[in-house]
Design a protein around this ligand. Structure first.
Ligand SMILES: Cc1cc2nc3c(=O)[nH]c(=O)nc-3n(C[C@H](O)[C@H](O)[C@H](O)COP(=O)(O)OP(=O)(O)OC[C@H]3O[C@@H](n4cnc5c(N)ncnc54)[C@H](O)[C@@H]3O)c2cc1C
Length: 406
């Protein structure tokens, strides 16, 4: 990425050697068609390898089991893992990159003692933020938490809760004061998922996987001791905890797209033929599309590099992370769509694919459909465009429509 990263060639060699030793070259074949239980055990195995190597929470303080890796060191780690074709650590994202920062920033010493060792030990967490009527406009969430002595009683519904059926705990946003402005009356809790009154219903997505769920809460009792930060301060706590480390993880994306997207497309095109039997790779239209994609993947790499450089040198990513998110997710869709089109009818065949993958299953149609998750999750691309319009281009603010029946 930048000069700062060049100083860590030793770490690069270490990670490269570890990947070569640890990642099974046939993990996709092993995982093709795996059911949910098999997917989970593979993920748990992979998580344990990361824990053992010190790559699970590389950015954490040593006292909590981390390696205190600097941002440039993390860049090296994630670049090399992507180059080594590492599987995605799907089950730990919320615990490591959402829950842990909130607990570290705003949790009490007792809460840190309770939760951080559990996270570093591999506990699965989920995030209960979105609701049927609160997604992009999260501050309109309606789940209620009412204080009753030393605990809260929670009622409401969450949706799109990734990994909810496998999670031990949930970071939950709930309204504790409906009488103040929308952002101010929300609190952040840790909810144990085995508490009475929680019902989790998996939702099947467009490729037939059930990664996310609906989560219903009926008179769920949460001890007051599980409140993270001050009561009614949950909005600020959840925003502050979006740590810079998450941005660094993104650095692997360009490499993954290069390898599993563009690289795999090129590999495939070399084997495909046109309807007249001539090699697809000789077709001028195919070559033009491949050339265009080559350039676009390089642009993504440079955009990510610039974002991470700013993060390392100036300590923040700013609104350019929205540009990266739009560009990445739409390029991913384009690449997979072009792969699906070029493959022609065989692309429509149903094959056993790797569970919960985004772009890495190496099945163009499957990855094309799955790619839509990236234009929605983590803030939709329309919302990202609003941010770019207002914060980068300085356009007038979006008109706020008063809340009311729709
Ligand atoms: C794979 C995946 C995993 C997820 N995991 C989780 C999870 O673990 N926990 C969790 O809490 N949530 C999760 N989500 C939910 C995610 O955060 C929401 O889907 C997202 O915030 C969008 O909210 P929504 O689905 O309610 O869409 P809405 O907000 O209802 O938006 C519907 C459409 O309207 C557009 N729109 C809305 N407002 C505006 C505006 N102001 N200007 C222009 N266009 C607008 C949107 O862009 C979108 O196209 C996940 C989503 C996905 C796809």
């Amino acid at each position: 990425v930048i000069d700062e990263v060049a100083a860590f060639d030793g770490l690069r060699d270490e990670v490269r050697a570890w990947c070569a030793r640890t990642i099974p070259t046939d993990w996709r074949e092993q995982q093709a068609g795996a059911n949910h239980g098999e997917f989970l055990s593979f993920q748990r195995w992979w998580r344990d390898q990361l824990i053992e190597a010190g790559y699970f929470v590389p950015h954490w303080p040593k006292k909590w089991g981390g390696r205190e890796m600097s941002l440039p060191e993390q860049v090296v780690l994630y670049e090399e893992m992507a180059r080594g074709d590492a599987p995605r650590n799907a089950i730990s994202q919320v615990a490591v990159y959402n829950a842990a920062p909130a607990v570290m920033h705003a949790g009490t010493a007792q809460q840190q003692e309770r939760y951080l060792p559990a996270i570093v030990g591999g506990e699965i967490w989920c995030q209960g933020f979105s609701e049927p009527n609160a997604g992009s406009d999260l501050a309109s969430l309606q789940t209620r938490a009412i204080r009753d002595g030393d605990h809260y009683i929670v009622n409401g519904q969450k949706i799109w809760t990734s990994m909810a059926r496998d999670a031990t705990r949930c970071i939950l946003l709930a309204r504790t004061n409906p009488d103040v402005s929308r952002h101010r009356g929300i609190s952040l809790f840790v909810m144990d998922m085995d508490t009475a009154g929680i019902e989790v219903r998996p939702i099947q997505n467009a490729v037939g996987e059930s990664e996310f769920c609906e989560t219903f809460m009926t008179d769920v009792v949460i001890p007051a001791d599980n409140l993270i930060g001050a009561e009614n301060d949950g909005w600020a706590v959840s925003q502050q905890s979006l740590g810079s480390e998450r941005a660094v993880v993104l650095i692997g994306l360009a490499e993954l797209l290069r390898r599993n997207g563009r690289g795999f497309l090129l590999e495939s095109v070399r084997q495909w033929t046109m309807p007249d039997g001539s090699p697809a790779i000789d077709d001028p239209a195919v070559r033009e599309q491949l050339g265009g994609l080559y350039g676009e993947v390089e642009i993504l790499r440079l955009l990510l590099g610039r974002m991470v450089t700013n993060l390392i040198r100036h300590g923040g990513t700013g609104p350019e992370s929205s540009v990266v998110k739009i560009y990445y997710s739409e390029l991913l869709q384009r690449l997979m769509r072009i792969g699906t089109e070029m493959q022609g009818l065989p692309a429509q065949l149903h094959r056993p694919t790797v569970a919960s993958s985004g772009w890495e299953s190496r099945d163009f149609l499957h990855d094309f459909i799955n790619a839509y998750a990236w234009t929605i999750g983590g803030g939709t691309n329309e919302i990202m465009r609003n941010i770019v319009a207002e914060k980068v281009l300085g356009l007038p603010k979006e008109v706020q429509v008063p809340a009311g029946p729709r």
